[in-house]
Structure formats: C-alpha cells, structure tokens
Design a binder for this molecule. Structure first.
Ligand SMILES: [Zn+2]
Length: 405
C-alpha cells in the first residue's frame, strides 16, 4: 500500500536507482507541467544544472512524446529561443467509478481532461471478476469512441464504493474483493499500474481540483444509498490509519436503535441513508425501492418524500456539525441522489450545521451541491493516476525503460 498516492496500487512503487543519464528527466517534466513554455536556459537555471544536461533530458522526453517544442520570435537581438511544453496527449489514463448498479468508465489525457466516457450497467453483487471483464470491454470501447485506440495507457484508477470491503488482503476475510487481488488482475490485463481507492476520496479530489483549488480543508459528501465523505487537506486525500476516514454514515445518531450493515445499531445510515429513506416510504405505501426512486418521488412533488429528505439533511447536518468543529473546513460539497432530489436535503443540512456548529467555524463555510456531478469520480481517479505516473521518480524510470507503459 502506498498511502501517500493511492489507497492501493499495483505494481508497488519501484525504488531501484535509474542510470545517471536518465536521472532528473522527471524533474524537467515536472517543471514543464507547472510552468509551460520554458526555454532550455529557464529550466537549467531552475534546476541548477548545465544547459547541456537539460538539453539531453529534453531530447529523451521528446522521444517519448512527453514534451513538444516551438520557437518564439525573439523581440530583441539574438537567436529566438526554443520554448518547451508538456504534451498531455502523449498518453491516456483509464478510469472507472464503480457504483452499486453501474460503472462509469472514462479516458482522460495526461492533464486529466476527460476525452470520452461511457456508462455501463452492472450489479455490484456480480463480483470482482465480472467487474474486471466489464471494465476491460468498457475501456476498449471508450478508447475507440475517443479516437485513442492504441494510445499508450499510463495507468488505471478505480474508485470503489464503501459497500465493497476491499481493505483486507487475501486470506484475512473479504478476500474476493480485496484491493490487492482486484488490482493485480486489472494490472495483468492492461499491463500498467492500477490504483484503487474509495470513490468518495476520488470524488473529493476531482471536485476540489476542478472548482475549489484554493480550498485548504475540503469535504465532499456522497449522499446516496449510504452516506460517506472524502476529506482533502491542502490538496491531499486523508485516509486515516485504516483507510476509514470519512465513514460518517456509521456515526451514532439520537433516536435510532435500528440495525446497520456494519453490525452495530443506530448509525446515521439507518435513518438518513437513501436506502433507509426508501424503505420508510415503501412502508407508507409509496413505490420506493431505492435512493433513485426516492429522488424521483421528491421531484414529482410527493410531500412525504421531501419531508423525509429535509429530516435526513438535518440528521446528516448534526453529524457534519461535529466535523465542522473538529476540522473547520472551508468548503463542503455534496453529491448523490439525495441532493439530485431537490433543495430539501442541503437545506436541512444547512439548518443543523448553523444551529449546532461553532458560529465562527460555520460562518465562512461554503455548502453547495458538487458541480462535477457524475464525472467527479473519474476525473479524480485520473488525477490520482497522473500524480503518481508523472512524478519525477516514476518518469525517470519510464524513460529509462524500467517500467512498462
Ligand atoms: Zn453502521
């Protein structure tokens, strides 16, 4: 496990030294990703090395298609200097956001821009092997539709929902869904590194990067069948000691002693999760079997559904208020069926947070529906892949031919 970069990745990071003539190629690329259109002299000055060293590395990176050059007309005297830039079209990432009833797959360039995506229907209960088969077909289709069939795949990023127990390693229970066996199989099939993380972490990363890059303490809630959240602090996903940061659906709430899937009773999910709300409306005679049905009822004007969402928003807000006091986030966004259903859920959350949290912590807080919507997960997964595969140490190995890609 490489907890710095992905919850789980395969193959594990390679720490062996690279031949000296390839060393620092990754640093040159890293600089170009941050400050495009640099000259060889700019790069040499920034790295504190000779121009000839930078020129050699640029040549190596150019042969891998990772940089492009153009000349800029000189305004003064002297020769026009070549300007170098990172080429995000040098390859692609493949990403998948796995849900309980379907999978969204996407192809992105190396800047994380989504080039094409597909929605595939499959029940999560079909298991990891069926999911691997589906991803294999879906990725091939998405590559073809984006006109990028045959392009080098730098890595794969997959977000799995919290319903999947994938923290175990084979042999310690839940082995069929362990990230290690799942990731290894995908890595074998596609011949590239695979990153597996919780979907809420990747959604939070994607949403923050796209719309809230200045946020220092960012929370993204997923409010669907169950409730969970991802936490990004200073741009980094926080996972905690056992990868369980953000499992707010299992915080105990007042007035519930209902059994929860975690084995305990009285969790937030048992009263405010979409599955629980749908069940409750079903008992009142409405046609509601899922969080999606519940959202449809609320949108069609069923008062009981709207009231249930408002109440669920308040109950969730009470739990989040404790997080506001603990973490003092600047932005909280929420995504999922309970938010798609209209304003009631977020209005309820808002009420509870402002009533229960410390005013000085709650006042500057922004609480909004997530803007990237269903694309947040695939974009966040691409960013996680890119962060690793274009890191200086990985690029040095890539151009020296010691890692496949
Ligand atoms: Zn629970």
């Amino acid at each position: 496990m490489d907890s710095e970069r992905g919850l789980w990745m395969t193959p594990p990071p390679d720490a062996s030294p690279v031949p000296p003539r390839f060393a620092r190629a990754g640093e040159v690329l890293d600089l170009l990703r941050r400050s495009p259109a640099s000259s060889t002299s700019d790069l040499a000055a920034a790295l504190g090395v000779a121009r000839s060293t930078v020129a050699e590395r640029l040549d190596i990176l150019g042969r891998h298609g990772l940089v492009t050059s153009g000349t800029e007309t000189s305004q003064g005297r002297g020769r026009p200097a070549a300007r170098w830039a990172f080429n995000p079209s040098a390859g692609v990432t493949l990403t998948g956001q796995v849900g309980v009833s379907g999978v969204r797959v996407a192809v992105t360039d190396l800047a994380g821009e989504v080039l094409g995506s597909e929605q595939l229907e499959q029940d999560l209960a079909a298991g990891p092997d069926a999911l691997c088969d589906l991803l294999q077909k879906g990725f091939a289709q998405a590559l073809a539709n984006a006109g990028r069939a045959g392009t080098r795949v730098f890595g794969i990023g997959i977000g799995l929902p919290g319903e999947v127990e994938f923290y175990g390693s084979p042999g310690d229970g839940g082995a069929s869904w362990s990230a290690s066996s799942f990731g290894e199989r995908l890595s074998e099939v596609f011949g590239c590194p695979v990153f597996v993380d919780r979907d809420v972490n990747l959604m939070a990363l994607g949403e923050r990067e796209a719309y809230w890059p200045e946020s220092r303490m960012f929370l993204c809630l997923k409010v669907g069948t169950v409730i969970a959240c991802g936490l990004v602090v200073e741009g980094r996903i926080v996972r905690g000691a056992a990868g369980r940061t953000g499992e707010i659906g299992h915080v105990k709430v007042r007035d519930s002693d209902l059994p929860c899937t975690c084995g305990s009773t009285g969790c937030l999910n048992t009263v405010a999760g979409g599955a629980a709300l749908a069940e409750s409306l079903g008992r009142q005679g409405f046609e509601a079997h899922s969080a999606r049905d519940l959202a449809a009822l609320a949108r069609s004007g069923v008062v009981e559904a709207s009231q249930a969402l408002r109440r669920a928003g308040r109950q969730t807000g009470e739990v989040v208020a404790a997080m506001v006091n603990l973490l003092n986030p600047d932005v909280i966004t929420a995504w999922g069926y309970l938010v798609d259903a209209g304003d009631q859920f977020l209005a309820g959350m808002h009420e509870a947070i402002y009533r229960a949290a410390l005013p000085s912590a709650a006042r500057p807080l922004v609480l909004e529906p997530a803007r990237l919507g269903e694309r947040a997960g695939v974009r966040g997964a691409a960013l996680a892949v890119i962060e690793h595969t274009l890191s200086p140490r990985h690029v040095d190995r890539l151009v020296s031919g010691s890692v496949p890609a």
